[in-house]
Ligand binder design. Structure first.
Ligand code: GDP
Ligand code: GDP
Length: 465
């Protein structure tokens, strides 16, 4: 299929941390049962964070290989100590369980001790794994286990990621821990890979007319609703593109749009609750405006609902056939003034009545979906951060102390979510500045972005300043 392949990753998340060369990639391969994690033969090669779908005795979870610990991974971090704690920190903000891997043939290093210290204070469940046990005698194993107990992270598990000894026991334990902590209760991020599209707008803006236009296009095949979708009120559209490829979209909550007679009472149909429910199942919202009418509070409210829901959005100015030049100028001004917070959304001017530009909406939908799913590689992201901070540093913080942003990582997509590691709170105005710069550098047309901060005061103590 296309780029919207089903995401089959579970809702429970397991992060793997450890020094380079201890066998993290090998372990990922073993657990995920795939060859997609890159095993590096030599240490010191920068590897980015990667996620992998895993399954054991019918339980799905996501494995996160945090990468890291090599120079160049976090450009502003100089000491190994900083790199180490940062990696542990990222793992603990993202995961329900951390697998801390050490090399049994090497024993405990000072870096391992530093990670253990972080993990002990984080409160996150940790499993300590002594890997490469296949190369040790019983006596040697016993001696390493003694060192490992001293880390204060509970019973270590010995295993061989390479040959598989101990991996079944390890996975049993992982699943037990995840179940006990309630991590499986979170809904899995699984769907059928078909993006949901919601038509949002006040009554009489032209939603029914647009929907009927869309399903009436030459190259659109409509899947009969009963039996083809889990939810009978949706409609699947197979759209053939210029290059011959067929893409499928699920238009959400279309029962009331297909036939005039089936329309629900408008106050109920367009209520906030209904909008929210529709958005919940959607990936993209098409926010319709009536170009002949002023933008009002209702449009503002709907736009905010969409942003809050984290869905991608295309602004659709319908009834373009009705507007003259004066009105065209006026609506652009109204938009800038009243929907300024939606300025990242692309605009399409259409007429559902005449069919003008209606088919172009599929391209718009693809474009905002790409942005919604986009992940910026960590190296590029941190390079961007250095540039953005150099261009405009954050204002002084508490007690006139400088605010330092140490690192940024993209922790999620749909919508893209970023975590900034700082020593102090960042002003909302500065976060808005960073969001603007992110959009300038990476695009992100039509998707809301989320920027969160993780404040770590102990970095401040370590600063020479
Ligand atoms: P990472 O840097 O922590 O991801 O480590 P890798 O997975 O790239 O492994 C580093 C090296 O250790 C590779 O040459 C692996 O083949 C080897 N290795 C990994 N696990 C084991 C194991 O259980 N036993 C042995 N003998 N070698 C292993
Ligand atoms: P809904 O309530 O949002 O589903 O709106 P409808 O699709 O029922 O449209 C409301 C009215 O606007 C109907 O009379 C439509 O014929 C008319 N309408 C819809 N789209 C257009 C358009 O692009 N141009 C013009 N002139 N009228 C339109």
């Amino acid at each position: 299929m296309s780029r919207w392949q089903a995401r089959t990753t579970g809702g429970a998340r397991v992060a793997i941390v450890g020094r380079p060369n201890v066998g993290k990639s090998t372990l990922v391969n073993r657990i995920a049962g795939r060859r997609d994690a890159i095993v590096q033969e030599k240490p010191g090669v920068t590897r980015d964070r990667s996620t992998h779908a895993a399954e054991w005795i019918g339980r799905d979870f996501t494995l996160i290989d945090t990468g890291g610990w090599t120079p160049g991974w976090a450009p502003d971090r100089t000491t190994m100590d900083e790199l180490v704690s940062l990696q542990a920190e990222i793992a603990t903000t993202e995961a329900d369980l951390v697998l801390f891997v050490v090399d049994a043939t090497v024993g405990i290093t000072s870096e391992d001790e530093a990670v253990a210290k972080w993990l002990r204070t984080s409160g996150i469940p940790v499993m300590l794994i002594a890997n490469k046990a296949d190369t040790l005698s019983e006596v040697e194993t016993a001696s390493v286990l003694g060192e490992l107990y001293a880390l204060g992270l509970g019973d270590p598990t010995t295993m061989s990621a390479l040959h598989g000894h101990g991996s079944g026991d390890l996975l049993d334990e992982v699943v037990t821990r995840l179940r006990d902590s309630g991590a499986f209760d979170r809904p899995p991020e699984t769907d059928d890979g078909v993006p949901g599209i919601a038509l949002i707008g006040r009554p009489n803006v032209g939603k029914s007319s647009l929907f009927n236009r869309l399903v009436g296009q030459d190259r659109v095949i409509v899947d009969e609703v009963p039996g083809t979708t889990r939810d009978p009120i949706d409609t699947l559209l197979d759209v053939q593109r210029d290059d011959g490829e067929v893409r499928t979209y699920r238009f959400i909550d279309t029962a009331g749009l297909r036939k005039k007679t089936a329309k629900l009472d408008s106050t109920e149909f367009y209520s906030t609750v209904r909008t929210r429910k529709t958005l919940e199942r959607a990936s993209v919202a098409l926010l319709l405006l009536d170009s002949a009418q002023s933008i009002g509070e209702q449009e503002q409210r709907l736009a905010r609902e969409i942003i809050d829901s984290g869905r991608a959005v295309v602004l659709v100015q319908n009834k373009w056939d009705l507007v003259d030049t004066d009105r065209r100028l006026a609506i652009a001004k109204e938009r800038d003034r009243l929907l300024q917070f939606l300025d990242f959304a692309p605009t399409r001017r259409i007429s559902a009545l005449t069919g003008r530009s209606v088919s172009k909406l599929f391209g718009d939908i693809d474009r905002v979906l790409d942005a919604w799913n986009f992940r910026v590689p960590t190296g590029r992201l941190n390079q961007w951060l250095s540039d953005a901070v150099a261009a405009t540093p954050p204002p002084l913080g508490r007690n006139h102390r400088p605010v330092k942003i140490r690192y940024v990582t993209q922790v999620d997509t749909q919508p893209p979510r970023f975590k900034l590691f700082t020593n102090q709170r960042l002003e909302p105005a500065y976060l808005r500045y960073l969001e603007r710069r992110l959009r300038e550098r990476f695009g992100f047309d039509g998707t809301p972005l989320r920027l969160d901060t993780a404040i770590r005061t102990n970095w401040e103590d370590r600063d020479p300043t």
